[in-house]
Design a protein around this ligand. Structure first.
Ligand SMILES: Nc1ncnc2c1ncn2[C@@H]1O[C@H](COP(=O)(O)OP(=O)(O)OP(=O)(O)O)[C@@H](O)[C@H]1O
Ligand SMILES: [Mg+2]
Length: 382
């Protein structure tokens, strides 16, 4: 059996525990055999290439990205237990009053952290993928009510544990705090090494995510930053021209296997099992995203055809319709602002779409009427 790390005694809460310190990547003794991942890696790369291609079917990639990035933000936060929904997120952006504001804040924080990472990677003078960039992202992720006591932006300075009520009965005790910097530096070197043992990029991403979770460098938010790191590396190695995949959907659906596979790297030396699980997940998630794009594009095309064929259509309703994919919940006032028009014109444009059954009013009230492009939201939520 492969040994993937060593145990050191660490003291916390007055208790001596065995903390796990992972060996630097890549796996050795034995090294990974290409036969263990080649077929799955090929299938995953193929699915990603198809997903990149299918985005060419739509006139603008903006609204695909708009929904894909929000789905990832939502799903990664749902693994953490947030109760927010996609509708909550759209409502927050529409300025509507929402009940579970703290849950939604976690999701919008993730969106900010993701944007920060993407902006840095795309700017000529931006930070590369690095511990510093991950700490900056962490600062944004844990900004606000729930995260503020969890050292946002800082590597932890105390021993933590996963599962169990105290370190002594934990499922897993990550490395002692004083080892974190060196372990993350090793991880960073592996990411930027030019040879990197000739491993395919998706395999490297799988290794890095697991290594990051094993190091567990923050007091909280390790799952979300580790999954953000997956998206960042997809961008870094240009596996997709745009972040259209939401892998967290797969990880959430297979959450117990996800955690079990991470543990097995430590307990059984089983890197191959984790790799297979991860690569399979990329293929599944990319195929799912591809299907969703086709379904959403068909819905929008069909609705647009109905609108263009309708007698009552007109400039404002046409322009409003094109805004819907990135503004699926809205008030008349918002339409007025977006179209830079008068209230009666905005109202009439909405009426056209409502009469065609494209949007529905959902408050049932006379005042502050609010509308939803419901079939679209349902397709995204499916
Ligand atoms: N046995 C394990 N070994 C290593 N890592 C694990 C194990 N079980 C879970 N993890 C990782 O730890 C994450 C949880 O850590 P933490 O609470 O710091 O992150 P989070 O972002 O707040 O939560 P979440 O991941 O639940 O969204 C999991 O998402 C998973 O990625
Ligand atoms: Mg947590």
């Amino acid at each position: 059996m492969r040994i993937t790390g060593s145990y050191v005694t660490s003291t916390t809460l007055g208790e001596a525990v065995q903390a796990f310190v992972p060996h630097a990547l890549p796996p050795r003794a034995p090294v990974l055999a290409a036969t263990s991942y080649a077929a799955l890696n090929h299938a995953a790369e193929l699915a990603l290439a198809r997903l990149a291609g299918v985005s060419g079917l739509v006139p603008s990639v903006d609204w695909l990205l708009y929904s894909a990035v929000r789905k990832e933000a939502l799903l990664t936060s749902q693994i953490e237990g947030t109760q927010a929904t996609l509708t909550d997120l759209f409502d927050e952006e529409a300025g509507f009053v929402i009940a579970n504001i703290d849950d939604v804040e976690e999701v919008t924080n993730y969106l900010r952290a993701f944007r920060l990472v993407q902006d840095n990677l795309r700017a000529a003078d931006g930070l590369p993928i690095s511990v510093r960039l991950l700490c900056e992202a962490h600062r944004l992720l844990l900004n606000g009510v729930r995260g503020s006591g969890k050292q946002p932006g800082e590597l932890r300075s105390s021993q933590n544990w996963i599962g169990g009520t105290r370190p002594g009965n934990a499922a897993f005790v990550p490395p002692p705090a004083e080892k974190i910097s060196a372990l993350l530096a090793d991880m960073e070197r592996f990411i930027h090494a030019t040879a990197a043992e000739d491993l395919p990029p998706l395999v490297k991403i799988a290794l890095v995510h697991a290594q990051f979770e094993t190091i567990h460098p923050f007091l909280d938010g390790n799952g979300r930053i580790g999954r953000l790191l997956i998206a960042a590396l997809m961008e870094h190695w240009v596996l997709l021209p745009e972040p259209l995949m939401y892998l967290s959907g797969y990880l959430k659906q297979h959450q117990s296997e996800y955690y079990r596979r991470l543990s097995a790297i430590r307990t059984d030396g089983d890197w191959e099992g984790w790799l297979a699980f991860f690569l399979e997940g990329v293929a599944v998630a990319a195929l799912e995203a591809e299907r969703n794009i086709v379904a959403v594009a068909s819905l929008i095309a069909a609705d647009r055809r109905r609108l263009l064929a309708a007698e009552k259509g007109g400039l404002a309703s046409y322009r409003l319709f094109e805004l819907l994919p990135m503004m699926p919940r809205f008030s008349i006032e918002q339409v007025r602002q977006k179209l830079n028009t008068t209230f009666p014109t905005a109202n009439a444009a909405v009426k056209v779409l409502e009469n065609l059954g494209i949007v529905v009013e959902f408050t049932g009230q006379k005042k502050n009427r609010s509308f939803s492009y419901q079939p679209y939201i349902e397709l995204l939520t499916r």
